[in-house]
Design a protein around this ligand. Structure first.
Ligand code: HEM
Length: 147
C-alpha cells in the first residue's frame, strides 16, 4: 500500500549511496550515545570520533547495517522471510555487548538521516512508514537477543 510506496520511493536514491548516508546515521548515533563507540573494539585507538567514523572496519559495519535495511526494503511484502537472519543478528549483538535499547536509538538516527537527506520529502506519513518497518526489524533482533 501507501506505506510501502513511501519507503521504496525514498530508498531508491538513498540506497545507491549507502556509505555516506550510513555515516550520517552513525554520526548521529554517537552524538546521542557516545558510549556506543567503545563497543567497536577496533575504534579504541582512534584520536577522535571523526577518525573512528572513517576507519575501514567501521565503514564496513556501516555498510552491513545499510545492507540489512536494503534487505528489509526489498522484502517489505514478506519480511518474515528475514526472521531467522534477524534473530541471529540480535544474538550476535548480544554477544558483542549491544543492548536492545540501543537498537531504538539507531532507529532515531535513521529518521534523522532521512530527514537530512529528504528535506521536504520527509513527511509525517513517511516517517511513520519507516518507523513501522524498522520496528519489525528491531522486534526480531530483540527476540534473538533475549533468547
Ligand atoms: C556486527 C556493533 C547496530 C548490523 C556488529 C559487530 C559490532 C556491532 C561490534 C561485530 C563487529 C563488526 O562486524 O563490525 C553494533 C552497535 C550497534 C549496532 C554498537 C548500535 C546499536 C546494528 C544494526 C544493524 C547491524 C541496527 C542492522 C540493522 C550488523 C551486521 C553485523 C554486525 C549485519 C555482522 C554480523 C555478522 O558477522 O554476521 N555490530 N551494531 N548492527 N552488525 Fe551491528
Amino acid at each position: 500500500g501507501k506505506e510501502k510506496e513511501l519507503i521504496r520511493g525514498s530508498w531508491e536514491s538513498l540506497g545507491k549511496n549507502k556509505v555516506p548516508h550510513g555515516v550520517i546515521m552513525f554520526s548521529r548515533l554517537f552524538e546521542l550515545d557516545p558510549a556506543l563507540l567503545t563497543l567497536f573494539h577496533y575504534t579504541t585507538n582512534c584520536g577522535s570520533s571523526q577518525d573512528c567514523l572513517s576507519s575501514p572496519e567501521f565503514l564496513e559495519h556501516v555498510t552491513k547495517v545499510m545492507l540489512v535495511i536494503d534487505a528489509a526494503v526489498s522484502h517489505l511484502d514478506d519480511l518474515h522471510t528475514l526472521e531467522d537472519f534477524l534473530l541471529n543478528l540480535g544474538r550476535k549483538h548480544q554477544a558483542v555487548g549491544v543492548n536492545t535499547q540501543s537498537f531504538a536509538m539507531v532507529g532515531e538516527s535513521l529518521l534523522y538521516m532521512l530527514q537530512c537527506s529528504l528535506g521536504q520529502g520527509y513527511t509525517a506519513p513517511l516517517r511513520q512508514a519507516w518507523l513501522n518497518m524498522y520496528s519489525i526489524v528491531v522486534a526480531a533482533m530483540s527476540r534473538g537477543w533475549a533468547e
